[in-house]
Design a protein around this ligand. Structure first.
Ligand SMILES: C[S@@+](CC[C@H](N)C(=O)[O-])C[C@H]1O[C@@H](n2cnc3c(N)ncnc32)[C@H](O)[C@@H]1O
Length: 491
């Protein structure tokens, strides 16, 4: 039960502190499944203040128009307004538009924004707020239409600054909001990407956005077009890695890695560099202990996130490698055999010597994560399949190749592990691969034994593992992306 007295700001309680306290009350009284459905993870006040610091107030600016989509208890608006009030400069008035869909939190939002309005009047600033109790995406779906690119002629609809910790959850295909960006994102769509994309179209020229979002958009082919389009509208100035969300948000188990992005609407085509910094401390005080400037290359179209100086060095080193797996005629395919699904007459064992009539199915066992073992033919039954019309499509000619296994977020110590398979270790003509396995082989002839072993060793190296972490974080790498891996050129 919340007591009425708790809903009043304490003497000298700042708007940000009050909004934080209201957020705690709201979150504490809501079951986890409801928060999950709304993507409701409130920002701790210290992170909100850290985000607000990035806004650069102009000396001559008298009026600011702010948007806070998915406002929750209004904490980010409060943090930003506090920063503006304390810097003051020429500011006389603020127009604040907030969107929030959750009826239960809205009564808290009003309390915090009312307190903000009173508090900021002491600084000689007039704040008018509008709390729109509706779906931000639905209300602005027209902004997403390709033809609708808000420009200076519609300045009254645009914002000087958009600050947000948008909801994170996957949109089902049936959700009407899914189709709005499905032309830009392959695979599953998370609502945060729709929020940031709409916001990027609602900024004035030179307007700024400060968002707390998962890092998943930074790399990977699924987001390729999204990145291209987003970065044609805005330019990142700073990306701050906050680490895994579980440590960042109270009352929530957000597993994805989270970043704070500070970007500016800038329609020019010129290349821009952005700064990267990190704060992985448990308390998440927002102290940056590493800063690295990185030039975004539209051709590469990925946003690497090294988190310390040695990672930055490693990134530079690997980026200087000029070759790639693809350029070296390496092809990658995914295994197709699920032994448990094969009918009995397709399975066989090693008891006879009829190698010409059966194929060896290769898999990687999961026991030693860092040293995956090739499933040795002697140690498993059912690793051989008959060559017949049901299995024919699974088979490839026996040749030197590399078996690769990718690991997901549960296996954080490595992204990939590789094993060299040499043709001579099996005298049959055909091999096949289990479903979880990616196999790399030459598309033109065959890799030599040495090349196969060397490539497997490189893929298992600490350097490649670190490189993949810098680019993809916890996200699984697709076979296609693996083929773009840089390779050191041979002398
Ligand atoms: C991650 S929380 C962040 C709240 C607040 N900005 C903060 O930083 O503490 C996202 C908020 O967006 C709200 N929300 C979810 N879907 C929304 C939508 N379609 N339109 C507007 N708000 C939405 C949720 O109820 C939740 O309060």
């Amino acid at each position: 039960m919340i007591r009425k007295s708790e809903l009043t700001p304490l003497e000298s309680e700042s708007p940000c502190e009050f909004a934080g306290r209201l957020a705690d009350m709201s979150a504490g009284s809501k079951p986890a499944h409801k928060k999950q459905a709304l993507g409701q993870f409130f920002t701790p006040p210290e992170t909100a203040r850290f985000m607000a610091k990035f806004y650069s107030l102009r000396e001559d600016q008298k009026h600011i128009r702010i948007l806070d989509p998915g406002t929750g208890s209004g904490l980010l608006s409060c943090a930003l307004a506090e920063k503006i009030a304390k810097e003051k400069k020429s500011i006389r008035s603020i127009e604040l538009i907030c969107y929030e869909i959750d009826d239960e939190v809205i009564s808290f939002t009003r309390l915090s924004l009312d307190h903000l309005k009173n508090w900021i009047s002491n600084y000689g600033i007039k704040l008018e707020y509008e709390l729109r109790c509706k779906d931000f995406v639905e209300d602005n779906r027209n902004v997403l239409q390709e033809t609708s690119n808000l420009d200076g002629s519609q300045d009254e609809k645009l914002y000087d600054v958009i600050i947000s910790n948008p909801p994170f959850f996957k949109l089902s295909k049936e959700d009407a909001r899914h189709s709005l960006v499905s032309h830009l994102i392959a695979g599953q769509i998370n609502i945060y990407s729709v929020f940031i994309f709409i916001a990027s179209k609602m900024l004035k020229e030179n307007g700024e956005m400060i968002f707390l979002i998962p890092r998943s958009f930074c790399a990977g082919n699924f987001f390729r077009q999204f990145r291209e389009k987003l970065l044609s509208l805005i330019k990142f100035e700073h990306i701050h890695l906050l680490g895994s969300g579980a440590k960042i948000f109270k009352y929530a188990s957000v597993l994805s890695e989270t970043v704070m992005v500070h970007a500016r609407r800038n329609s020019t085509k010129e290349k821009v560099s952005y700064k990267i910094s990190t704060s992985f401390s448990e308390k998440n005080t927002g102290e940056a202990d590493f800063r690295y400037s990185f030039l975004f290359d539209p051709k590469e179209n990925i946003i690497p996130l090294p988190s310390c100086a040695s990672e930055a060095e490693l990134l530079e080193d690997v980026k200087s490698w000029k070759g790639s797996l693809k350029e070296n005629n390496i092809q990658g395919n995914t295994g197709q055999v699920v032994l448990s699904k094969l009918s009995k007459d397709s399975l066989t064992d090693n008891s006879t010597e009829r190698h010409t009539e059966k194929a060896l199915v290769l898999g990687l066992n999961n026991s030693g994560l860092n040293t995956p073992k090739l499933c040795a033919p002697e140690s498993y039954r059912g690793e051989f399949i008959e060559i017949n019309e049901r299995t024919w499509n699974f088979l490839v000619p026996n040749k030197n190749c590399i078996l690769l296994r990718r690991y997901n977020t549960k296996h954080k110590d490595r992204r990939i592990a590789a094993v060299a398979f040499l043709r001579k270790s099996y005298e049959g003509n055909y091999i096949a691969f289990e479903k979880q396995v990616i196999f790399l082989s030459s598309s033109k002839g065959e890799l030599s034994e040495n090349e196969t072993k060397e490539l497997a060793a490189l893929l298992n190296s600490e350097k490649i593992d670190q490189y993949l972490k810098i680019i993809y974080g916890d996200i699984n790498v697709t076979p296609e992306e693996l083929l773009n891996l840089p390779l050191p050129l041979k002398e």
